[in-house]
Design a protein around this ligand. Structure first.
Ligand SMILES: C[S@@+](CC[C@H](N)C(=O)[O-])C[C@H]1O[C@@H](n2cnc3c(N)ncnc32)[C@H](O)[C@@H]1O
Length: 223
């Protein structure tokens, strides 16, 4: 869904793109498949190691942070962040914006998608990691970015990301247990989390569906 929306704004074939906060690289892979030359940047060395073994070799996977990008000046056509800005510590988010500006070509674009602090996915995940404040702050930062830090808002679109899981146990294994802090919170409160999951979930063809509303912000450079 993220990449389909991005493609509707700009053809990706032949572009030089960096995916910042790439995680295990699920969207880097889609950008690569769309014909872009992709660098996946991730701050967590464990995820970098996983991405290095799991992603196509055409994707350049680098250990690095949004606030200190391992990329040259004016080297990128597109800088993308999918659900990662609110993870960048608030005291370095301005530096990260400067870095996005530094590495973009004058004709380049910045594309940031952030989840809202609501939706059925949020209702469940909030019980193990409450991101209300960081998500609210990142949306405020992005809606206020038009005309600041050298960026101009070209497009803003809200859509709902739908995630499907075969069972509650699968959801727990995939979304909660890999993170030690989430795991601890889950172990302390598993009954409440399962109750909430069962209360808010939708069912679709034998699978469980959760929804995560998000907004995609797309900026050009003003200077
Ligand atoms: C919710 S995950 C999103 C991963 C991927 N973009 C996706 O949508 O599947 C957020 C990612 O941002 C990374 N991250 C956190 N702080 C970062 C920073 N300062 N610079 C770059 N990435 C960071 C995390 O390690 C994590 O992999």
């Amino acid at each position: 869904m993220h990449i389909d929306h991005l493609k509707s704004l700009r053809p990706l074939q032949g572009l030089i793109i960096t995916d910042v906060g790439a995680g295990d690289g699920v969207y880097s892979r889609e950008l690569d498949a769309a014909g872009a030359t992709v660098t996946a940047i991730e701050v967590d060395p464990i995820k970098v190691a996983k991405a290095l073994t799991g992603l196509p070799r055409t994707i350049d996977v680098k250990l690095g942070a949004a606030e200190d990008l391992p990329l040259g000046d004016k080297s990128q056509d597109l800088v993308c962040l999918f659900f990662s800005l609110h993870h960048v510590p608030s005291n370095v988010q301005s530096e990260a914006l400067e870095e996005f500006h530094r590495v973009l070509k004058p004709t380049g674009r910045l594309h940031i998608v952030e989840p809202h602090p609501y939706g059925t996915m949020f209702d469940v995940v909030r019980l193990v990691e409450d991101e209300t404040e960081v998500r609210t702050n990142s949306h405020a930062l992005l809606t206020g970015l038009d005309g600041r830090h050298g960026f101009q808002l070209v497009d803003m679109k809200q859509y709902v990301l739908t995630r499907e899981y075969p069972t509650f146990e699968f959801f727990v294994e995939k979304i909660i247990l890999p993170d030690p802090e989430r795991r601890q919170a889950y172990e302390a409160n598993s009954a409440d989390i399962e109750d909430t999951f069962n209360r808010v979930k939708e069912s679709r063809e034998g699978r469980v569906v959760l929804h995560q509303p998000c907004t995609a912000f797309h900026y050009s450079l003003t200077q």
